[in-house]
Design a protein around this ligand. Structure first.
Ligand SMILES: C[S@@+](CC[C@H](N)C(=O)[O-])C[C@H]1O[C@@H](n2cnc3c(N)ncnc32)[C@H](O)[C@@H]1O
Length: 269
């Protein structure tokens, strides 16, 4: 197995300093492609709940490096539109889109510029957790606006769980996560996620949980396969700054493992 250098200029955040860059782009630079808390397992449940088929006009918010886009496209939807704010990520996704019905736009999920009611399915993973409450509301409202009546909306995010969850503990978890991930990290309880969706007008039909094991070896290999996982480890071994950052992230995930969970919700308009 060859271990490529960490100099892929087409990767998002390629020019950023390892010490400061957002955690998800650091993981992508090291070769990780599944960047959401519940891994492929919860993504598969999300796609099953959304039941994407050949008549669907699908919009994905924040496809990142496109692992879920590939799975959604395998279901042959009538159209696919990604809305990704990172230009490098959007450009990579365009490499495997085909024809006029598949596109990835550089844009903001809270203001997509798409017509009212043009989508039958909208979904986004690991993109709401990093937003403020205000932005979460804007993005969910935008999903509602662009969906047709009865359209389906799916999210896969980070949830706070546990009977011991005081507001102090919640604030501490958010602070510690943001400190190691270098992006806002504002997970909500399952009830709060549900309330966000219902306040926007959605009816929640499905809620599922999966353990938050993003950086645990068993999940890692399950999500990425053995070759990518080994390459990730080799790359970490050769890069002290990257290693420190990844281990710091894993330490915080482990510290709060009883209070963090991945959550998937599917709702209809
Ligand atoms: C943690 S990554 C998740 C990527 C992908 N959804 C996945 O699960 O592997 C977060 C992604 O959200 C994108 N993003 C964050 N806020 C956004 C917004 N307001 N509009 C569009 N994309 C956004 C980032 O550029 C990045 O691709």
């Amino acid at each position: 197995m060859s271990v490529k250098p960490l100099s892929d200029e087409t990767l998002p955040g390629a020019k950023l300093d390892v010490i400061k860059m957002p955690g998800h782009w650091l993981l992508a630079r090291l070769g990780k492609r599944v960047l959401r808390p519940g891994g492929l397992e919860l993504t598969r449940l999300l796609l099953a709940a959304l039941n994407i088929g050949p008549t669907d006009r699908v919009v994905e918010f924040a496809p990142g490096v496109g692992a879920t886009a590939k799975l959604a496209l395998m279901r042959n939807p009538a159209s696919y539109t990604g809305i990704e704010r990172d230009g490098a990520a959007a450009a990579r996704i365009r490499n495997y889109l085909h024809g006029a019905t598949q596109r990835c736009l550089v844009g903001q999920a809270e203001a997509t510029g798409l017509e009212d009611g043009r989508a039958t399915v909208v979904y986004g993973e690991a993109m709401l957790t990093m937003q403020t409450d205000f932005q979460k509301r804007r993005i969910i409202a935008e999903a509602y606006r662009i969906l047709e009546r009865d359209g389906r909306y799916g999210i896969h995010e980070l949830a706070l769980v546990g009977d011991d969850l005081t507001s102090e503990l919640k604030a501490q978890i958010q602070k510690d996560l943001a400190l190691v991930a270098h992006v806002g990290a504002r997970p909500l309880t399952a009830d709060e996620w549900r309330e966000h969706l219902t306040a926007a007008g959605f009816t929640v039909l499905v809620v599922r949980f999966a353990p938050m094991r993003l950086l645990e070896p068993v999940r890692f290999v399950r999500d990425e396969g053995l070759a990518v996982s080994l390459r990730f480890v080799f790359r970490l071994a050769r890069d002290r700054d990257a290693r420190r950052r990844v281990l710091a992230m894993r330490r915080v995930f482990r510290q709060y493992r009883n209070n963090l969970s991945a959550i998937m919700l599917m709702a209809v308009k």
